[in-house]
Design a protein around this ligand. Structure first.
Ligand code: TRP
Length: 338
């Protein structure tokens, strides 16, 4: 007997270029899960409509996310890699779940409050019910694990609440989804400005994108904040120096890292030289991915086939779930189904 694999689902919004934080925070986890789990990875194009109603660039943005995920090692033959808008059952489940979501709890969501602050001119109902749509994405496949970053924890908690409310009212259909990280390690990918983390939209100079060319990578790395170096042996590193070491740990060989650690502790470190090395190693890491993305993007036919393949797999699972959900809700009360 073959044991059924556990189901994993996650989504990524097509609203910007992927960066090193997305790679180490999300995509690397996806790639590591693809052999051992039944994976559904989705481009959340409908979610992007809550903040980006202009759809002129939607197709190009979706293509880019797909190409970037594949270039990073995701295999569309192994996983279901698909677009949210291709799965019409999502809208149906979203509607049912909306009846189980309270206005008060939606208004209290941190991401909603943040978006209200950022875009007071477009506080639409889709924005308010964003976590409900996300729950529909997850529950459509009755997924157990959702690999996401820390910023999505509240949405996952809401997804569990909505799933439990549904089960309680209509009978058990949906397992409780939970956030997933390997060994609970959340990899932090700091920005190059000594401040926060890498981000899709904020401070482009502090963020390394998978699409950056070699020259841009070098320029950004060389601009990272440093100082004249430690004056006392074995002193703790200031944050902005610690960040450069953290970035080095992601892409450089251990011998290289050990060399600079030793030099730091001996107060002989030269940050200019260290950053040059980091730039070289970053380029070695990013440039093959960038080239691969460009090759994939040039092949529209391939991308079209990938989307068809993914939609087929995702729809199969969604159709099966919705049949169970409608039955639980007694919505199939006619003699002959329509
Ligand atoms: N809200 C997620 C984000 O902003 C994207 C997303 C949409 C998602 N649907 C999902 C994540 C389902 C996990 C599961 O990154």
């Amino acid at each position: 007997m073959t044991t059924k694999k556990e189901i994993v689902m996650s989504g990524i919004r097509p609203t910007g270029f992927l960066h090193l934080g997305n790679y180490f925070g999300a995509i690397q986890n996806y790639v590591r899960m693809q052999d051992d789990y039944d994976c559904y990875f989705m481009v959340a194009d409908l979610h992007s409509l809550t903040t980006h109603p202009d759809t002129k660039a939607l197709k190009a943005n979706v293509h880019r996310v797909l190409a970037e995920n594949i270039a990073c090692g995701l295999d569309p033959e192994k996983v279901a890699l698909y677009c949210q808008s291709h799965i019409h059952e999502t809208g149906e489940l979203y509607l049912y779940l909306n009846m189980l979501a309270y206005k008060g709890e939606l208004e209290k969501t941190a991401t909603f409050k943040e978006k209200v602050r950022m875009h007071p001119e477009n506080i639409n109902a889709g924005l308010l019910t964003y976590p409900v749509l996300q729950t529909a994405d997850i529950l459509l496949h009755r997924a157990k694990y959702v690999p996401v970053g820390k910023d999505q924890e509240q949405h996952l908690e809401m997804a569990r609440n909505f799933a439990n409310r549904f089960n309680h009212r209509y009978g058990f259909v949906f397992p409780e989804p939970q956030a997933f990280n390997f060994n609970n390690e959340l990899i932090k990918v700091p920005g190059l400005d000594g401040g926060g983390k890498m981000s899709k939209s904020e401070n482009q100079m502090a963020t390394l994108y998978l699409a950056d060319d070699d020259e841009t990578i070098t320029k950004k790395v060389m601009k990272a904040k440093t100082d004249s170096g430690p004056v006392e042996k074995n002193t703790p590193k200031p944050d902005y120096i610690g960040n450069i070491f953290l970035l080095m740990k992601l892409v450089s060989d251990e011998t290289v890292i050990n060399k600079y650690e030793a030099e730091y502790n001996a107060c002989t470190i030269r940050y200019g030289e260290m950053k040059k090395q980091l730039a070289v190693d970053m380029i070695k890491f990013i440039s093959p991915i960038r080239e691969k993305v460009n090759t994939i993007l040039a092949d529209e036919k391939y991308l079209e086939n990938i989307m068809q393949l993914g939609a087929g797999k995702a729809r199969k699972s969604a159709v099966a779930t919705m049949q169970v959900a409608r039955e639980a809700m007694r919505l199939n009360y006619t003699e002959t189904p329509f």
